[in-house]
Design a protein. Structure first.
Length: 57
């Protein structure tokens, strides 16, 4: 068992990686099927587009 550092961001990262909760709570974090991978890719592309549009130039 890996134990996290006590810092807040480290604990959140550790929890996401090692203490996976219900699959419903993990939606958007992993894709178990081809359809899920396509959905995840679309989600990430949308987020990237929004980030690029919002960033100052």
């Amino acid at each position: 068992l890996l134990l996290p550092c006590a810092a807040g961001p480290s604990v959140r990262l550790w929890r996401r990686c090692y203490l996976r909760g219900l699959p419903e709570a993990q939606r958007g974090r992993f894709a178990p099927s081809l359809a899920g991978l396509a959905e995840e890719l679309t989600l990430l592309q949308d987020r990237l587009s929004a980030w690029q549009a919002a960033r100052p130039r």
